[in-house]
Design a protein around this ligand. Structure first.
Ligand SMILES: [Zn+2]
Length: 126
């Protein structure tokens, strides 16, 4: 979910929570791929039938590809959430994360938000 959609439908804190949850779900997928990769490498044997060897090699390739993708996705989602969270502090009253969406500019990937406590407005890049 994009930041403007998250601010429109829920709140900043819910959006942030969902980003972190999604990020860590990808980390769990990475962990499972690592287990699958190690299991596929463990069962590989040169004395096994050729079809079993091919299946093992395909499993290694699949687990590696999905694992690399999930690692990249995990890091992207985590860094994106942290980058936005670092901008979610009101400069006027120092309230964290209590903001509402005022305007969005898809061309610059920037949203203008308003503090729910003091009505101060500022841009957030996402
Ligand atoms: Zn404020």
């Amino acid at each position: 979910m994009t930041l403007p959609d998250g601010l429109r439908k829920h709140s900043f804190r819910k959006w942030y929570e969902r980003e972190l949850f999604s990020s860590h779900a990808h980390m769990l997928l990475l962990f499972l791929c690592t287990i699958g990769l190690l299991a596929a490498m463990e069962v590989y044997s040169k004395s096994a039938p050729a079809l079993d060897q091919v299946i093992d090699v395909l499993a290694v390739i699949l687990f590696t590809a999905v694992g690399v993708w999930s690692l990249r996705r995990y890091l992207y989602l985590l860094m994106h959430a942290e980058r936005v969270a670092n901008q979610a502090v009101c400069a006027q009253c120092e309230t964290y994360g209590r903001l509402s969406l005022v305007d969005e500019d898809p061309a610059t990937s920037q949203v203008t938000v308003r503090c729910k406590k003091c009505e101060h407005e500022w841009p957030i890049s996402h």
